[in-house]
Design a protein around this ligand. Structure first.
Ligand code: S3P
Length: 458
């Protein structure tokens, strides 16, 4: 039984929603977090590039992914949410995108806009992309410049920023490109562009970033070969392929699971289990770091789902110590540094995070946002272009009491709300609305575990 596209939940414009976290009793219980954001975007896009029906269960229904669903519809695919909560995508095939008749608004999502730009770059159509104030401030030249190697042409604002108009290549060429920044979004955009270019394109990354695109391309029937060269990866994709639709289950997002897990580690007496969490090694660096800090973690029922390793993760409150996070681990935990910084504030001793300058071009400048928020909560912090260090308060506890600016960044909001559950005084975030981009039921799930959140004005 299908429901019409009009009844699909769509992101609504929101006003700022301040939210305050109070010191809580123990957090206890078993939860499942929403589907992986990275995999959800890719499932919709690859489904739209396939011929036939792709079926997706466990899709993240957060604003970022809903914007990608709307974009795939604008490019001509049929995307429907069924009453069961499963999604079906009727793709138009590689090279089959039609020209959207309006601007594509990707909201807050860097992944959405960059991957979609790649997916259309080798089809001779023109589309204009925009997003919210956070996305419009982020660098897009890192994608549009290498897409030019395939023959695409982009015109953006200064620095290649959105709004940006992209015209796909009428006669695409295969490309060879070494991605100069550790970015799975850039890598993935180029791999998607390569699908409609003749011959083999070759994309190299100096360190391994999340490899969901490579895994999923293989699942959809593309010819992909990954060669390891020390820490580097050379990925070769043959273009002009026909992708086969698949049926897939999206695992729980490890980047979302990180919040309840780290909150449980911080709040005395807690024990929380998060079931069905994706544990792809290119995403699992946080868990290595947490173990080094002395976290009591158990990985239960380890299994494989939809081509990705999955486990149930149990976390118990732990007395943690500060650690040095080596730069070579940064890519595998890039989205987890905000919650790690919050956790480090309650550990004993200093935690130093190096090789993290990509954090400066996320939904916000996350080094600056964490540093100023932590200072507002009475925590000493040192920051350099490429480094963040947090002096943990250990047994003294985090003073708290700060009002933190979240800069339209969901992970900054969730990190400080978790910190507030353990701090001596409440912590307020100025706007919790962006949490809906990746983890819409975060407040409800956390309250179900025992968290105390208070909304302003009621
Ligand atoms: C993502 C890649 C990462 C990550 C983002 C999701 C992806 O961004 O921070 O949340 O799905 O490819 P970068 O490519 O900018 O590193």
């Amino acid at each position: 039984m299908r429901i019409s596209p009009e009844s699909i939940p769509m992101p609504q414009p929101t006003t700022a929603q301040p939210l305050t976290a109070h010191r809580a009793g123990p957090l206890r219980g078993t939860i499942r977090v929403p589907g992986d954001k990275s995999i959800s975007h890719r499932a919709l896009i690859l489904g739209a590039l396939s011929v036939g029906e792709t079926r997706i269960s466990g899709l993240l229904e957060g604003e970022d992914v809903l914007n990608t669903a709307a974009a795939m519809r604008a490019f001509g695919a049929e995307v429907v949410r069924e009453e069961t909560g499963d999604w079906a995508v009727h793709g138009v095939g590689v090279g089959g995108f039609s020209e959207p008749d309006d601007v594509i608004d990707c909201g807050n999502s860097g992944t959405g806009v960059r991957l979609i730009m790649g997916a259309m770059a080798t089809t001779p159509i023109t589309a204009t992309f925009t997003g919210d104030a956070s996305l419009r401030a982020r660098p897009m030249g890192r994608v549009s410049a290498p897409l030019a190697l395939f023959g695409a042409e982009a015109h953006g604002r200064s620095g290649g920023r959105l709004p940006l108009t992209l015209t796909g290549a009428a006669q695409p060429m295969p490309a060879q490109y070494a991605v100069p920044v550790p970015s799975a979004q850039v890598k993935s955009a180029l791999l998607l562009a390569a699908l409609n270019a003749p011959g083999v394109s070759e994309i190299t990354e100096a360190v391994a970033t999340r490899d969901h695109t490579e895994r999923m391309l293989a699942g959809f029937g593309a010819e992909v070969a990954v060669e390891e060269d020390g820490p580097a990866r050379i990925i070769r994709v043959r273009g002009e392929v026909e992708l086969r639709p698949v049926t897939l289950t999206v695992p729980g997002d490890p980047s979302s699971a990180a919040f309840p897990i780290c909150a449980a580690l911080m709040v005395e007496g807690s024990e929380v289990t998060v079931t069905g969490v994706g544990l792809n090694p290119t995403r699992a660096g946080l868990y290595v770091t947490l173990r080094e800090m002395g976290a009591d973690l158990a990985f239960l029922n380890q299994r494989e789902e939809g081509g990705e390793p999955v486990a149930d993760i149990r976390a118990r409150f732990s007395a943690l110590k500060g650690v040095e996070v080596p730069p070579e681990r940064a890519a595998s935990m890039i989205d987890e540094f905000p919650i790690l910084a919050a956790l480090a504030a309650s550990a004993e001793g200093r935690t130093v995070m190096r090789g993290v300058k990509e954090l400066r071009v996320k939904e916000s400048d996350r080094i600056a946002a964490m540093a100023s928020g932590l200072r507002a909560c009475g925590v000493e912090v040192a920051e350099e272009e490429d480094m963040l260090a947090v002096d943990g308060r250990g047994a003294d506890g985090v003073p708290g009491g700060g009002r933190v600016a979240t800069h339209l960044d969901h992970r900054i909001a969730m990190s400080f709300l978790c910190l507030g559950l353990a701090a001596r005084r409440p912590v307020t975030v100025d706007d919790a609305a962006p949490i809906a981009t990746s983890f819409p039921n975060f407040p409800a799930l956390m309250e179900g575990l025992g968290a105390a959140f208070r909304r302003e004005n009621g």
